[in-house]
Each structure stands twice: as C-alpha cells, then as structure tokens.
Design a protein around this ligand. Sequence first.
Ligand SMILES: *Cc1c(COP(=O)(O)O)cnc(C)c1O
Length: 402
Amino acid sequence: MSSASEGGNGDRGAGTRVVGAGRRPEWTQGIVNPPVWRASTILYDSVAELRQRGAADTHHKLFYGRRGTPTQWSLADALTQLEPGAEATLLYPSGVAAISTALLAVLSPGDELLLVDSAYDPTRLLANGLLKRFGVTTRFYDPTIGAGIAELIGPNTRAIFMESPGSLTFEVQDVPAIVAAAKARGVTTLLDNTWATPLLFPAIAKGVDYTIMACTKYVVGHSDAMLGSVTAAPGKYAALRDTSYQLGQHVSPDDAFLGARGLRTMAVRLDRHGESALAIARWLAGQPGVAKVLHPALAGTPGHEIFARDFLGASGLFSFVLDGGDDAARAALIDGLELFGIGYSWGGYESLAVPIDPQRIRTATRWEAAGPAVRLQIGLEDARDLIADLDAGLARFRAARG
Ligand SMILES: *Cc1c(COP(=O)(O)O)cnc(C)c1O
C-alpha cells in the first residue's frame, strides 16, 4: 500500500505528478511504461511456499491472476498518489462496477442510502434495483442541500453518495459541508469524482471516504477502454478490498496498461479540455437560441460559488438549454455537426454532443427548462473550429424552431 505522502510528490504540479506516479522500478524494470504482465496461474517452488503465500497479505504480491500483476498495481498506485491523504486504490472493469462495488462494501440490509438527485442514471438504477432487492432503501436529495443534509440523516442512514458537479445538469455540491454532517453522525461518504478527477478536486483531502472515477473518461482519455477506480481514505480500504475480492472484480492488464498510458497526459489534456470548454460555454451564453449554459465556472449554475471555492479548475463537459423548440429542432442542431460525434461516454480526445432530458430521471427535485437541452464533451480540437460548427448548428436550430 502506498500513500501520496510516501511518494513525497504532494507539492509538485499536476503534470509532474501524473508523469511519475506509480512507476516503481521493481514493476517497470527500467522500462518507461509499466509493461503488460498477463497472468492467471502463478507458480510456486513448493507446497510450503504455496500455503505461505496464500495465507499472507497478497497486496502487491503475485499470488493469482485475479489479484493483479504489477501492471494493475502500478495504475492503482498512481491513482492513490494523485489523492493526497489516500490509503489505497482498487481498479474495476468499468465506472459502474466501481460504483456498485463501493456501495456493496458499505451497505447492508436495513440500511438507508442518501443519493443525490443529479446522480449518473446507472447509479440511480443500482439504488432502485439491486440495492432495493437486497433490502437497502434510498432517499434522493437535492444537489444544493449542503449542510441541510443533516436533517435527512436518520437512524438507519449508512451512506451518502454524492456526484459533483451532477451528471447532465452540473449542480455543484457543498462536499465539505455534507462530509462534516456525515462525520458527525458516523455516516460513510462516497463521491463520483469522474468530472473533476483528483487533479481538479482532491476528494480524500476534502474528507470523502471513497472517491470513485469512471477512468473510462479522462484517465483512459482515448475512448478505447473501459475502467473504473475507487480510492479509499485511511481505514476504509479493507472493507472495499474484501467486497471486491468476494465479487471477483478484476481488470485486464491490457486495459490497465491503456489507463496508465492515458494518465501520463491527463494533466495537459484536462488543461486543454477545460480551457476550450470554458471559452465555448462563454460564447454559447451570448448566442440567440441559447436560454442557459450549465457550466460550473459560469455564474448562474447552481453551486457556482462552491465551485469557485473548492475546485482547482474545470474539465471539458457541460450542457446548454435551448430557447424553446422541440426534439426535432434539437436534432437539427446535433445531426448536422461536423466535428462533434453523437454518442455516449466522454473524456476522450474527440468532441461529442448528445441530447439530454434530465426531467425524466429526477424524483427529489424538479428540473424545468425553457427548451430541450444538449450536453457537450469538448475535445482537443481547436476551440474556434468547434465554435464555428456550433454556430452553424444554432442557425439550423433557429430555422427549425421557426
Ligand atoms: C460514464 C460515467 C460513469 C460510468 O462509467 P463507465 O466506465 O461507463 O461504467 C460513472 N459516473 C459518471 C459521472 C459517468 O459519466
């Protein structure tokens, strides 16, 4: 197990940290990129050694393929080093697998989960499906609740699951206030930190118990592998590890390699994603046909002040609301875009646009808007080219809206 303090890299810049993280000499053997170690069987010299290795702590020791090899350990260790104060990290075959395993590690039948109303839809589906079936109840809460969460914490509340900013609508939560209320009542906190990554929001340092990433997005960064991670605060790792082992969670070394390769450029990519997305968001805010831009760095997005207080920067995903119009007018905008692909996921190098309909999945809050909405993932293309593409798209929208 390693911690960020052990690495001694806490004061260095994000670019320096992602380049060096997790590259232990015993795992790289002097090769720059930690190589792909594939394994199922590990051979032992004797029955005695086989028994002894099985009985010992297998963390970072070759034991059986399911417990990983230096390829997976290197990426997990790198993610731990990027979270000041963290204990350790485990990898998962997707972001959803990371979310479900972390929740199963914490919750038992009879427990209550508080889940933010702006959570990623599959997280809601898990709460309303498997968790419910196994006797866990869920209450959804307003993403702007802040310290008011204390009033929702009841005798059976075991965990609070946050996502900040929220999926689709980008409300920023007061994570420190929610964490303080949770700690006062012995409630475990989990955060889906996919949007910010530890480079823009160091969640463990803010007091979160488990911080989760869909590494599919910015860590992999090239839209070619699925990967998730959970990083645990001190004292929280053992429960996560035991549940992960029992569920047989495992990531292939090939996918871990792709994650580690993507990680090296994550700081420079995030800078570019963030800078272009903010420029495009500001431009959009002044365009005819746009009613509202939902970007945490823009005033008017709920929780903008909290964003300015707590985040080190913005990444490349945000939404905007059209001024009137229907589904067909929105499709006219999106379908004709030349530089934006139409597809789910995000965090890769290429720009994407998808229609969003948040009102369909809210239960604790109402989401009302002047028209249909669009989510943009701003890639690494030149911002002025993306603006020209969106400009033509808005003209198509206005013509279709009439
Ligand atoms: C994509 C996403 C996930 C799930 O990640 P997968 O790797 O696609 O399973 C979780 N949370 C958020 C906020 C996401 O955008």
